[in-house]
Design a protein. Structure first.
Length: 617
């Protein structure tokens, strides 16, 4: 139990802790001003509330801060865990506590409403108090709503005017109409206001619209196909063609929205990704195998909660806000704090629900990248820190890689071999720490040996001078260069520096980030080229390559091109360079026939070179 040095009110809190029951319920922590700063739920209130004040050193830094600010606590006992879940959700919305992770956006999502009128209209609205009728939604994704509204408008003719039309069932007449409006003339309305469409036909139109809004395409398609065949049998070919186009339009929309078997009738799908500061959550509503909408949001972490703890709070909030009717949730892992009586949880391993979960995960990953990109534009330093936190998570590093060093070699077939190192601090180039290396111990074009030499020189010196080591070493190369670095750093120098590699494809473009796992096996880190983290690594690679090339050019321009070829009487630097660029190495030049050499440097010089290498055989 903590003492007064951590919380000066602990003696009064201890007295209250003795009265906390061992039942399901909700607890609230208040600060000195009486403001609610945290709301939580528990199966056992006594055990959960006491845990904050016990084992203080085991808590995260943010929970420690919460504990220091608690002045008072109050609890509410409920009958079941479901009641606790719902009460917690309501209290979080009411008090907006500082230390709770929650949905911050309080915008009202739009609905489609079929008005409660004798001749209904289909309206787009955000305020359910201003219109009476049957509501469908809400739709967090407004694009899907607009697309659905446009499809319905193309399929059906119905009124959008504000005329107060009423149906007199006794006289079988419509009241309140005077003359057709412009919508009738352009084919968007059949003018029920003047009796050009019967009351029964108009009601049938809206029965079909309701089915589409519920995601029920099967019955309506069947009815429309029968109608089309009936028109054809009656030789009403123009009307049959119009119906055929509507059927095709609805089938195209259905094919875009149907992702699984229609037996998946009413399900919510949730996925989550998180770093140290934010969690990104995607929710998909599935009705009859169709995606009704997909909604992604960002949640700022307050107490370094786990993914399960965040979902336990956010799922009920989203469930209520979107007015979901689903009784089943597809989730990536089981969430103990959500009772099965509230929402049945499914953690799929295969089949349709697994396909849905993977789709949701792709959506949440895209949303994470979008949020990171926006932060990088608004706050470059803060955005880079987020990328470094992600890199730490992707590579399973013990520390955030605030200092990253990257190496690259440069030579022309062994001539003027050099290497370069760049350091990025906080995701930005730290040019004061760039280093150049002349290769001293390697003969010929041996990139592995050159890399081993410069890495050993660099980190042996840092170790001997007791200077801080980088949190991550990146080699510009694949598994081979990584293994060279590992042997030097781990086997020879006995240092603890994480190693990663940037591999290139056949077109010499960066396409893979590699790292070691706990067993020293190399694994590929899945990063897409559009990912901002991938762009940062690509920037580091391009920078070290540029620095190495510029150093090599500078050395070449100041020195004389020396190779075994320039030792041949009558062969100068230009001819030697031409031979190396053409054949790759002195060894390959030695193996060529006189005729092959002549094609590269002319007959006279070819004879000189050939004689030099073959006269002593």
């Amino acid at each position: 139990m903590i003492d007064s040095s951590i919380n000066k009110n602990i003696e009064r809190i201890k007295l209250k802790l003795k009265t906390v029951p061992e039942t399901p319920g909700v607890y609230q922590y208040l600060d000195e001003s009486g403001k609610v700063i945290y709301v939580g739920k528990a199966r056992n209130l006594q055990r959960r509330v006491s845990s904050y004040f016990n084992r203080y050193d085991d808590h995260s830094s943010k929970i420690k801060m919460l504990v220091r600010h608690i002045y008072d606590l109050r609890t509410t006992v409920v009958a079941t865990e479901v009641d606790a879940l719902l009460l917690e959700n309501n209290l979080i919305k009411q008090y907006q506590p500082r230390y709770n992770s929650m949905l911050k956006d309080d915008k009202t999502y739009p609905y489609l409403c079929i008005t409660d009128e004798d001749y209904p209209r289909l309206l787009f609205t955000r305020d359910r108090t201003r219109v009476k009728g049957q509501f469908f939604g809400p739709y967090p994704n407004q694009r899907i709503l607009r697309e659905l509204q446009e499809i319905i408008r193309k399929l059906f003719s119905y009124r959008s005017c504000k005329k107060n039309l009423r149906w007199d069932a006794d006289r079988q007449v419509v009241l309140g109409g005077d003359r057709p409006c412009m919508n009738h003339q352009i084919g968007l309305c059949k003018a029920p206001c003047v009796g050009k469409e019967s009351y029964e036909d108009y009601q049938e139109t809206f029965r079909r619209i309701r089915k589409i809004l519920r995601g029920d395409f099967g019955d309506i398609l069947e009815a429309m196909k029968k109608e089309m065949l009936s028109f054809a049998d009656e030789l009403r070919f123009e009307e049959a063609e119009i119906m055929r186009r509507k059927i095709r339009l609805l089938e195209e929309y259905q094919s875009r929205s149907t992702v699984v078997n229609t037996s998946v009738r009413d399900v919510d799908v949730f996925s989550i990704l998180s770093d140290t500061k934010y969690a990104y959550i995607n929710m998909m509503r599935i009705k009859n195998g169709s995606i009704i909408y997909s909604f992604s949001t960002e949640v700022k972490k307050q107490l370094e909660e786990s993914d399960a703890e965040i979902l336990a709070t956010i799922i009920p909030a989203l469930h209520e806000r979107t007015e979901s009717t689903a009784t089943e949730a597809v989730v990536p892992f089981r969430i103990d704090d959500i009772p099965e009586e509230y929402l049945k949880q499914t953690v799929p391993t295969r089949g349709d629900r697994k396909q849905l979960l993977e789709l949701s995960e792709r959506n949440v990953r895209a949303h994470q990248h979008q949020c990171e990109h926006q932060r990088l534009l608004v706050d470059p330093d803060g955005g880079r820190n987020q990328l470094l936190e992600r890199l730490q998570k992707e590579l399973h590093l013990k520390k955030m890689p605030m200092n990253i060093e990257c190496f690259d070699n440069s030579n022309i077939q062994g001539a003027y071999p050099v290497a370069a190192m760049v350091r990025f601090t906080g995701g930005k180039p730290n040019r004061a720490e760039y280093r150049k290396f002349n290769i001293k111990t390697v003969e010929g074009p041996d990139d592995y040996a050159s890399m081993a030499e410069v890495i050993e020189r660099r980190y042996r010196r840092l170790s001997e001078e007791n200077k801080p080591l980088p949190e991550l070493l990146i080699v510009d190369g694949g598994a081979g260069q990584m293994e060279v670095a590992r042997r030097v750093i781990v086997d020879n120098l006995k240092l603890d520096i994480p190693i990663a590699g940037l591999a290139k494809d056949d077109r010499h473009r960066t396409n893979e980030l590699l790292c070691y796992d706990e067993s020293w096996e190399i694994r590929v880190v899945g990063l897409k080229p559009t990912d901002q983290l991938f762009h940062l690594l690509e920037q580091i690679q391009n920078e070290v390559h540029r620095f190495a090339i510029s150093f090599h050019r500078d050395k070449r321009s100041k020195g004389t091109f020396k190779t075994q070829l320039t030792d041949i009487p009558g062969i100068g630097e230009k001819t030697a360079r031409d031979l190396l660029l053409r054949f790759g190495s002195v060894k390959e030049v030695r193996l060529q026939t006189e005729a092959d050499l002549a094609k590269a440097i002319g007959a006279a010089k070819a004879k000189t070179v050939w004689n030099f290498f073959n006269e002593n055989k």
